[in-house]
Design a protein around this ligand. Sequence first.
Ligand code: SF4
Ligand code: SF4
Length: 148
Amino acid sequence: MKLRETYIGKILLTIKSLATGLRVTLREFFTRKITEHYPENRKTLHIAERHRAMLCMPHDEEGNNKCIACGLCSMACPNGTISIVTKSVTDEETGKSKKVLVEYNYDLGACMFCQLCVNACPKGAIEFSNSFENAVFDRSKLIIKLNK
Ligand code: SF4
Ligand code: SF4
Protein backbone atom coordinates (compact mmCIF):
# COMPACT_ATOMS: atom_id res chain seq x y z
CA MET A 1 0.00 0.00 0.00
CA LYS A 2 1.36 3.45 -0.96
CA LEU A 3 1.91 6.04 1.80
CA ARG A 4 -0.61 8.50 0.26
CA GLU A 5 -3.32 5.88 0.53
CA THR A 6 -2.81 5.36 4.27
CA TYR A 7 -4.58 7.35 6.97
CA ILE A 8 -1.37 9.17 7.97
CA GLY A 9 -0.53 9.77 4.30
CA LYS A 10 -3.87 11.48 3.72
CA ILE A 11 -3.35 13.71 6.76
CA LEU A 12 0.10 14.67 5.46
CA LEU A 13 -1.33 15.44 2.02
CA THR A 14 -4.00 17.63 3.59
CA ILE A 15 -1.38 19.54 5.59
CA LYS A 16 0.76 19.96 2.48
CA SER A 17 -2.18 21.28 0.50
CA LEU A 18 -3.10 23.66 3.35
CA ALA A 19 0.49 24.91 3.52
CA THR A 20 0.49 25.52 -0.25
CA GLY A 21 -2.69 27.60 0.03
CA LEU A 22 -1.35 29.56 2.98
CA ARG A 23 1.90 30.25 1.14
CA VAL A 24 -0.06 31.89 -1.70
CA THR A 25 -2.16 33.85 0.80
CA LEU A 26 0.94 35.07 2.64
CA ARG A 27 2.68 36.06 -0.58
CA GLU A 28 -0.34 38.10 -1.71
CA PHE A 29 -0.62 39.68 1.74
CA PHE A 30 2.79 41.31 1.33
CA THR A 31 2.47 42.14 -2.40
CA ARG A 32 1.87 45.81 -3.25
CA LYS A 33 -1.86 46.34 -3.85
CA ILE A 34 -2.96 47.75 -7.21
CA THR A 35 -6.73 47.60 -6.70
CA GLU A 36 -8.36 51.01 -7.21
CA HIS A 37 -10.59 52.00 -4.29
CA TYR A 38 -13.14 53.78 -6.40
CA PRO A 39 -15.01 56.03 -5.66
CA GLU A 40 -13.02 56.77 -2.48
CA ASN A 41 -9.96 57.62 -4.58
CA ARG A 42 -11.91 59.83 -6.98
CA LYS A 43 -9.59 62.83 -6.40
CA THR A 44 -6.40 60.92 -7.07
CA LEU A 45 -7.69 58.51 -9.72
CA HIS A 46 -5.64 58.60 -12.91
CA ILE A 47 -7.59 58.24 -16.15
CA ALA A 48 -5.48 58.11 -19.29
CA GLU A 49 -5.80 61.19 -21.49
CA ARG A 50 -6.60 59.05 -24.51
CA HIS A 51 -9.47 57.24 -22.75
CA ARG A 52 -12.67 57.75 -24.76
CA ALA A 53 -15.37 58.44 -22.21
CA MET A 54 -17.69 60.77 -24.07
CA LEU A 55 -17.81 62.95 -27.15
CA CYS A 56 -17.57 66.67 -26.56
CA MET A 57 -17.46 69.85 -28.61
CA PRO A 58 -14.90 72.33 -27.29
CA HIS A 59 -15.96 75.99 -27.25
CA ASP A 60 -13.76 79.08 -27.07
CA GLU A 61 -14.10 81.86 -24.47
CA GLU A 62 -16.88 83.52 -26.49
CA GLY A 63 -18.85 80.28 -26.63
CA ASN A 64 -18.13 79.55 -30.30
CA ASN A 65 -17.34 76.11 -31.65
CA LYS A 66 -15.61 75.04 -34.86
CA CYS A 67 -18.53 73.06 -36.29
CA ILE A 68 -19.58 74.00 -39.83
CA ALA A 69 -22.64 71.74 -39.81
CA CYS A 70 -21.32 69.59 -42.67
CA GLY A 71 -22.77 66.41 -41.15
CA LEU A 72 -19.74 64.24 -41.97
CA CYS A 73 -19.49 63.02 -38.38
CA SER A 74 -23.12 61.97 -38.41
CA MET A 75 -22.64 60.16 -41.74
CA ALA A 76 -19.52 58.40 -40.45
CA CYS A 77 -21.26 57.18 -37.31
CA PRO A 78 -22.24 53.52 -37.80
CA ASN A 79 -25.25 53.57 -35.49
CA GLY A 80 -26.88 56.98 -35.66
CA THR A 81 -25.52 58.23 -32.37
CA ILE A 82 -25.18 61.77 -33.67
CA SER A 83 -28.10 63.81 -34.94
CA ILE A 84 -27.63 67.31 -36.21
CA VAL A 85 -30.17 70.07 -36.72
CA THR A 86 -29.08 72.80 -39.12
CA LYS A 87 -30.57 75.89 -40.69
CA SER A 88 -29.69 77.97 -43.72
CA VAL A 89 -28.61 81.58 -43.23
CA THR A 90 -27.23 84.20 -45.57
CA ASP A 91 -23.53 84.83 -45.16
CA GLU A 92 -23.03 88.56 -44.46
CA GLU A 93 -19.67 88.67 -46.28
CA THR A 94 -20.50 86.73 -49.44
CA GLY A 95 -24.27 87.10 -49.55
CA LYS A 96 -24.52 83.37 -50.19
CA SER A 97 -26.67 80.91 -48.30
CA LYS A 98 -24.85 78.65 -45.86
CA LYS A 99 -25.75 76.01 -43.30
CA VAL A 100 -25.20 76.68 -39.62
CA LEU A 101 -25.52 74.39 -36.66
CA VAL A 102 -28.63 74.68 -34.52
CA GLU A 103 -28.39 71.55 -32.41
CA TYR A 104 -25.78 68.85 -32.11
CA ASN A 105 -27.22 65.88 -30.24
CA TYR A 106 -25.09 63.00 -29.09
CA ASP A 107 -26.49 59.81 -27.56
CA LEU A 108 -23.90 58.63 -25.08
CA GLY A 109 -25.97 55.52 -24.38
CA ALA A 110 -25.62 54.36 -27.99
CA CYS A 111 -22.03 55.42 -28.64
CA MET A 112 -19.49 52.68 -29.33
CA PHE A 113 -16.52 55.03 -28.78
CA CYS A 114 -15.09 54.03 -32.15
CA GLN A 115 -13.98 57.63 -32.86
CA LEU A 116 -14.99 57.46 -36.53
CA CYS A 117 -16.88 60.74 -36.08
CA VAL A 118 -13.82 62.54 -34.71
CA ASN A 119 -11.68 61.23 -37.57
CA ALA A 120 -14.27 62.32 -40.14
CA CYS A 121 -14.55 65.91 -38.88
CA PRO A 122 -12.65 68.26 -41.19
CA LYS A 123 -12.55 71.07 -38.62
CA GLY A 124 -11.50 69.27 -35.46
CA ALA A 125 -14.75 70.43 -33.90
CA ILE A 126 -15.36 67.35 -31.81
CA GLU A 127 -13.14 65.24 -29.60
CA PHE A 128 -13.33 62.69 -26.84
CA SER A 129 -12.99 63.71 -23.23
CA ASN A 130 -11.96 61.25 -20.53
CA SER A 131 -14.73 62.35 -18.19
CA PHE A 132 -16.15 58.92 -17.41
CA GLU A 133 -18.62 59.46 -14.55
CA ASN A 134 -21.75 59.56 -16.67
CA ALA A 135 -24.04 57.04 -14.99
CA VAL A 136 -27.71 58.05 -14.88
CA PHE A 137 -30.96 56.32 -13.97
CA ASP A 138 -32.81 57.53 -17.04
CA ARG A 139 -31.41 56.69 -20.51
CA SER A 140 -32.96 59.82 -21.98
CA LYS A 141 -30.47 61.85 -19.93
CA LEU A 142 -27.67 60.30 -21.98
CA ILE A 143 -28.77 62.27 -25.02
CA ILE A 144 -26.63 65.35 -24.73
CA LYS A 145 -26.64 68.59 -26.68
CA LEU A 146 -22.99 69.32 -27.35
CA ASN A 147 -23.21 72.83 -28.80
CA LYS A 148 -23.99 75.79 -26.56
S1 SF4 B 1 -17.56 57.29 -31.45
FE1 SF4 B 1 -18.44 56.00 -33.07
S2 SF4 B 1 -20.46 55.40 -32.28
FE2 SF4 B 1 -19.76 57.13 -31.04
S3 SF4 B 1 -20.64 58.92 -32.03
FE3 SF4 B 1 -18.58 58.66 -32.88
S4 SF4 B 1 -18.86 57.42 -34.73
FE4 SF4 B 1 -20.74 57.24 -33.51
S1 SF4 C 1 -18.59 68.22 -35.88
FE1 SF4 C 1 -17.22 68.28 -37.63
S2 SF4 C 1 -17.94 66.69 -39.04
FE2 SF4 C 1 -19.57 67.06 -37.55
S3 SF4 C 1 -20.92 68.54 -38.55
FE3 SF4 C 1 -19.46 69.70 -37.29
S4 SF4 C 1 -17.76 70.18 -38.66
FE4 SF4 C 1 -18.95 68.58 -39.67
